[in-house]
Design a protein around this ligand. Structure first.
Ligand code: BGC
Length: 734
């Protein structure tokens, strides 16, 4: 049985690599490589910068590179350092270049909004654009490979890493995944403004029990296929060069050693021909999981499963050779892994010129260039979500006499950049305070600290209120700090500190309009402040141009169009809360006690997925299908007309949802299947059209086959998830 597996693997890998034009070249290299050199290619070490896990005390990295025992390094920053390390690699017997990886998550030096914020733009084009700029900057600075995009669907705001992905929706995250691969990788990895992307974290890392980072994931296989896998499959189909396995276990098997996930599904079923890197130390962590006895077993389990490169656990370098020599793992598996890695190095052009990405002049010209900053501002302003605008307080006039800015976040450069701000240049970030001060020369701009971020204390309330009374408008920044969301930043409480909220209430008592800027990397709860404020803008962490983007929205240079990519809960007890849940046999009914709800809190969120306002208003009409009865293999065209009924022009995000009313497994009450951004002048109407293909209407059943079933589908479309127009489509098999 075991041998049959290797024979099949050999067969499939030769078919797979026959597709690569570099297969023969790599084969001839493999022929002259020693086993140690092969294992070396499967080994990745970190530089000292940006370590996210325990660092090994190994001081012989240079010697190991020269001995051909290192294939890749992460966290080597800049052309100078990458050149230096590559020069060392060129002293090795076979001169196989190192590949340098880095977490270029939302920009390299020019920082874009955190991915969750960017997802709020509901603009897939922007996801590609920001990745393009990031790739251009990173490649100019010697990086070949980014550990991005993070495309973990995540439905639990307690999990710190929600900031890093596209939010709670599978369809939206899938579109983002495709766009990011295109943005990072371009059309040719050899181009000196592209880098290889990495789909992470494979898989279901975003579903940890209780929202605690690294925690156990236990979900059904149909949920895995319907909710968590689609973005990864899309990334694989888009030609992404690498995958990273996740830390978590899935249904009892750590993903690093999960043959079903890596070997059968990714490399087998999906035909992925790139390579898989472990997450930081995750090979050895299988010991702690209780899945293997020791690091040797861990190396064996990871290799058999399909993990090609060991990030920082040293399990491969320490144990693979013995495992091969004792026949516990086959040399064919090693060759398969090395071949996958070497092909990517060739595709990146590293064998043509190992120093191709080491051009210091280009690096200087590219990083934080005015064009890149302009792109960052564009994405940032489109990522802002307007949740409330009582009495049309916004936009404010550019000739206001006075304005009071409150809160330390208003002036904090580092917080503008957010977590995972790669090669961040804190000084280059523009804060709202700076932008408003500079761009409202006719106004007196006052500032009050109001509260402290450390210790959460009110600071000189009397004085803050006094300043408020002297100002026409008050802008208060509340929320969390850049390092309160991200890896290992799960929270048991996502309520904005009481003092910050109380301050908003006290300021509102002055009768002056309060504009709230909610900053952070996850959905937050701020019911009291929300009630007191006239305006709520969710501004996430918007990156280098945060302040300018916020200014653009405050004064109406940009009419906000962002939408929430995650549900904002009202109470902690609601978590995890997400819009596309399955119905129960006793759906919530207000006056029925034995229905699905809480006895002590409301079940409804504070703000639903897809919600966001504009300075204009939009009206929807004429939701039409090209047919109301169709065959299960037919595509349906859905059209809807949207009119700008307000006084200013603006972008509207038209959303399309479906509900499969009856199916062989129960389906969500609502599933996003399309978005379209339309720009409308006041009074203007446009008809928007969506294509609903069988693929959009189907699902994975418990038997893990994909099916489009007969029956009635509710089709819902509009701009406000609470007010969608409805129609019905009936599918038949004959
Ligand atoms: C994270 C990965 C990251 C890696 C390298 C890990 O701790 O989970 O997302 O790519 O570190 O920095």
């Amino acid at each position: 049985m075991k041998y049959l597996f290797y024979i099949l693997l050999f067969f499939f890998s030769s078919v797979l690599f026959a597709i690569s034009p570099y297969s023969a070249k790599v084969d001839s290299l493999l022929n002259i490589m020693t086993l140690d050199e092969k294992i070396g290619q499967m080994n990745q070490y970190t530089g000292s910068f940006l370590a996210t896990g325990p660092l090994s005390d190994d001081t012989t990295i240079v010697a190991q590179i020269i001995a051909g025992r290192v294939g890749s390094m992460l966290n080597i920053i800049g052309t100078k350092n990458t050149r230096m390390m590559q020069e060392i690699a060129m002293k090795s017997r076979l001169k196989i270049p190192l590949i340098f990886g880095l977490d270029v998550v939302h920009g390299y030096k020019t920082t874009f909004p955190i991915p969750l914020g960017e997802a709020a733009s509901f603009d897939i084009g922007l996801a590609e654009k920001s990745a393009r700029v990031a790739a251009t900057e990173a490649a100019s600075a010697g990086t070949h490979w980014t550990f991005a995009p993070m495309i973990d669907v995540s439905r639990d705001a307690r999990w710190g890493r929600v900031m890093e992905g596209g939010g709670e929706d599978t369809w939206l995250t899938t579109q983002i995944a495709k766009a990011k691969v295109k943005g990072y990788q371009g059309t040719n990895l050899k181009d000196k403004n592209t880098i290889m992307a990495c789909a992470k974290h494979f898989i279901a890392y975003g579903a940890p029990i209780a929202g605690k980072d690294y925690n156990t994931v236990d979900i059904s296989l149909q949920t895995l296929h319907n909710v968590y896998l689609p973005p990864f499959k899309a990334a694989a189909n888009s030609g992404i060069g690498s995958f990273m396995n996740s830390f978590n276990e899935l249904n009892g098997i750590p993903c690093t050693g999960n043959q079903y996930i890596l070997r059968d599904l990714l490399k087998g079923n999906w035909g992925f021909n790139g390579f898989v890197v472990s997450d930081w130390g995750s090979v050895a962590e299988m010991v702690q999981h209780g899945f293997v006895n020791d690091k040797e077993d861990a190396a064996q389990a990871a290799l058999l499963a399909g993990c090609d490169m060991d990030m920082e656990s040293r399990s491969y370098t320490q144990h693979l050779k013995k495992l091969v020599e004792t026949g516990k793992v086959s040399a064919t598996l090693i060759d398969d892994a090395v071949k996958r890695i070497l092909i990517k190095k060739i595709e990146l052009g590293l064998f043509d010129n190992p120093f191709a990405y080491c051009d210091e002049e280009l690096e200087k010209r590219t990083l934080l260039s005015p064009e890149n900053r302009l792109e960052a501002r564009e994405v940032a302003k489109k990522s802002i979500v307007l949740l409330k605008n009582s009495d049309n307080v916004l936009p404010i006039s550019k000739t206001l006499k006075s304005i009071l800015l409150v809160g330390p976040l208003m002036k904090s450069k580092e917080d503008m950049l957010g977590f995972w701000a790669c090669e961040k240049d804190i000084a280059s970030a523009v804060t709202p305070y700076e932008a408003i001060l500079k761009n409202l020369p006719q106004s007196k701009v006052n500032y009050a600290e109001g509260y402290s971020l450390i210790g959460n204390q009110l600071i000189n309330l009397k004085e803050t209120v006094r300043k408020a009374k002297q100002s026409e408008v008050i802008v208060v920044a509340i929320g969390e700090r850049w390092n309160e969301t991200g890896e290992a930043k799960s929270k048991g409480n996502i309520i904005v500190p009481a003092e910050q909220q109380m301050l908003v209430t006290e300021l509102a008592k002055t009768g002056k309009p309060i504009i709230l800027l909610v900053m952070g990397g996850r959905p937050l709860i701020f019911n009291e402040a929300a009630q007191s404020a006239s305006v709520i803008l969710v501004t996430w962490w918007l990156g280098s141009e945060a302040g300018n983007a916020i200014f653009d929205v405050l004064v109406g240079n940009y009419n906000p169009s962002g939408r929430l990519p995650m549900t904002f809960p009202k109470y902690m007890g609601q978590l995890p809360i997400y819009y596309n849940y399955n119905n129960t046999g006793r759906p919530e009914q207000k006056d029925v006690s034995y229905s699905s709800k809480y006895i002590d809190i409301d079940s409804q969120p504070a703000y639903p997925f897809g919600f966001g306002l504009s300075y204009s208003t939009f009206e929807y009409s004429d939701l039409k299908l090209n047919h109301y009865f169709a065959h299960t293999d037919q595509t349906t065209t859905v059209t809807i007309t949207v009119k700008n009924t307000g006084k200013v022009s603006g972008n509207e995000i038209v959303q399309l949802y479906i509900r499969d009313l009856v199916a062989s497994i129960t389906r969500p009450v609502k599933e996003l299947k399309g978005i379209e951004k339309v720009f409308l002048q006041p009074g203007e109407s446009k008809t928007v059209s969506f294509q609903l293909s069988p693929e959009e209407l189907g699902f994975w059943g418990n038997d893990l086959t994909y099916k489009v079933e007969e029956g009635v589908f509710e089709i819902m479309a509009g701009g406000n998830p609470n007010q969608l127009l409805k129609s019905w489509l009936t599918l038949k098999n004959e």
